[in-house]
Write a protein that binds this ligand. Structure first.
Ligand SMILES: Nc1c(C(=O)O)ncn1[C@@H]1O[C@H](COP(=O)(O)O)[C@@H](O)[C@H]1O
Length: 164
């Protein structure tokens, strides 16, 4: 797909150590055949890179940004401050505080600067991928069908009775 084509998702994270969590977003986007790209971008450690990314994301052809970080997780909010693209925040589970710090750092944004905050950890990253796909599916019928098929197959996987 060309660099200025639509339907692309950026997955950014504060550190390499976030990748085991954030790759759950990448995996589901892969399954849904949504073009995506993952980068390490930190508000704290690489503020210039973060600023350039956030300001240039739309120009790069991204439509949705998934941003994951742990601890003092200011990355999603700082990106949201610099772009009007939808930003989905994933609180990465921290060792010291089990992700409570990440969650609270991301979720309580001031009015006017939204971050759609998902659950802590891998489930949150997976759901961020699905939500990004849902947003794109609003203007992409083929993706909408793939998403519905994906959901239906997961529903079919849930047995009615527990097995030993
Ligand atoms: N919360 C942030 C930001 C940020 O918000 O800009 N940059 C890195 N980090 C987080 O620091 C944690 C520890 O990082 P290291 O494992 O590299 O020490 C990671 O979860 C990362 O997201």
């Amino acid at each position: 797909m060309a660099a200025d084509s639509r339907g692309r998702v950026a997955i950014v994270m504060g550190s390499q150590s976030d990748w085991p969590t954030m790759k759950c977003a990448a995996e589901v986007l892969e399954e849904l055949e949504v073009e995506h790209e993952a980068r390490i971008v930190s508000a704290h450690r690489t503020p210039d890179r973060m600023s350039a990314f956030a300001k240039g994301a739309e120009g790069e052809g991204f439509d949705v940004i998934i941003a994951g970080a742990g601890g003092a997780a200011h990355l999603p909010g700082m990106i949201a401050a610099m772009t009007h693209l939808p930003v989905l925040g994933v609180p990465v589970q921290s060792k010291a505080l089990s992700g409570w710090d990440s969650l609270l750092s991301i979720v309580q944004m001031p009015g006017g600067v939204p971050v759609g905050t998902l659950a802590v950890g891998e489930a949150g990253a997976k759901n961020a991928g699905l939500m990004a796909a849902s947003i794109l599916a609003l203007s992409d019928e083929d993706l909408s069908e793939r998403l519905q098929d994906w959901r239906a197959s997961r529903t079919a996987d849930v047995g009615e009775a527990p097995v030993d």
